[in-house]
Design a protein around this ligand. Structure first.
Ligand code: HEM
Length: 129
């Protein structure tokens, strides 16, 4: 960041450390919800947390690239419905409010960026019938 630039959302969340803290606290909430936890029972959570740190950092304006699968591919065939996505995003909002000291418009900007991907997560790519 040059001194004349506005800090990015990534920087306002606390950069690499902040994103790591966000992902940990967020997935603690997600995995404490039995309706969501079932989706992750066969998932290597350390790998997922790593991919999500990259994904969120890139989505919030960091100069890192996401090295995981396209979201449609990663979520296809799992039966993820809009109601699951809603709970998932509600935990993201809870985490941002409880564990971060962000302005409300920063919270909504972060959630907006994640919501734009919703169709990729719940989309029916011909697999989940
Ligand atoms: C917009 C919201 C979401 C985003 C941005 C997102 C993002 C991601 C990312 C980046 C990965 C890693 C992909 C990879 O390793 O290549 C992933 C994997 C995964 N996500 Fe999501 N996700 C979202 C919503 C959800 C929801 C609602 C569920 C289920 C309730 C879910 C369940 C999973 C599971 C189980 C995996 C691991 C799949 C595997 O190991 O094969 N995700 N997600």
């Amino acid at each position: 960041m040059s001194t004349s630039d506005q800090p990015t959302l990534y920087e306002r969340v606390g950069g690499e450390q902040g994103i790591a803290r966000l992902i940990d606290a967020f997935y603690d909430r997600v995995l404490a919800d039995p309706e969501l936890a079932v989706f992750f029972q066969d998932t290597a959570m350390d790998t997922l947390r790593h991919m999500q740190r990259e994904f969120f950092a890139a989505a919030l304006g960091a100069t890192v690239s996401y090295s995981g699968r396209p979201l449609g591919q990663a979520h296809a065939g799992q039966g993820i419905k809009p109601r699951h996505l809603q709970r998932f995003v509600a935990y993201l909002i809870d985490t941002l409010k409880a564990d971060f000291d962000l302005r409300p418009d920063d919270e909504s900007a972060i959630v907006d960026r994640i919501w734009t991907l919703a169709n990729d997560v719940t989309g029916n790519y011909g697999v989940d019938v």
